[in-house]
Design a protein around this ligand. Sequence first.
Ligand code: MF3
Ligand code: CO
Ligand code: CO
Length: 293
Amino acid sequence: MRRNSRSRFTRSRTLGNNEKRRKRSIFATRKVDPLLSTEELPQMRIAGQLAAGVLEMIGPHVEPGVSTEALDALCHEYIIDEIGCTPAPLGYRSSPQQTPFPKSICTSVNHVICHGIPSEKKLKSGDIVNIDVTVIKDGYHGDTSKMFMVGKPSPHAERLVKVTQECLYRGIGAVRPGACLGDIGHAIQRHAESNRYSVVREFCGHGIGRVFHGEPQVLHYGRPGEGVELVEGMTFTIEPMINLGKPSARLLPDGWTAVTRDRKLSAQWEHTILVTADGVEVLTLRKEEGSAI
Ligand code: MF3
Ligand code: CO
Ligand code: CO
């Protein structure tokens, strides 16, 4: 999601320690998003697994010569007819001024960072593409994305894709009650930058549940020990966007597509996670990932 500087979380980072502690505990005891009740967790698991299944379904179709619009049509039909869900992106807007997103999935090719709009343009061998799926099942959201390599990717594209997935896994690895959002961001940033890549700042992960984009904002960079403390029962996404070149993003005139300013490659992977008593549960885990995380 697009970072919002008016967020409670962003503001709380500039408060003093006592105020910070107070905000944290108010946040931690809220009975609405991002902390769902225990009875709602099975529904989040279902939504997460259904979203993961869409990525598994679409994989074999991501080939040279297929348009991203065709991939959107396949996902749209599958989401509605096969799994009885609503595609959350279709018609979505984060503010009344924004133009509604016109398609059911996001397809972000090569130097597109995120929120690429499916079009008649065909994928070609060597492209890398992120497919981002969000489904709503009985009011609950599951949000996940992965990179696909089309035909034969170049070694530098392949490496960016691999390291970005590792960034997601390291972020997930930092999740446990008592840790904080800064620990997640730091783990991601450290891995990206030690590989001489950069972390996109303009977009972040987000609380998720009955809402698509809720609090907290989950930044993909940060300092250990800073930010909101993680509490058992929280559900949010981690979705690092990592650039081969400089971190800066530019928004295209369509109001959605974010691209790298230097037009170099960008990659992204996303999971929806739950903070558990002893660590983390990846709600959108796919079979292919097994116990990789
Ligand atoms: N799925 C994206 C995310 O991870 C949001 C897409 S909003 C859309 O937060 F409208 F562009 F689809
Ligand atoms: Co998301
Ligand atoms: Co997403």
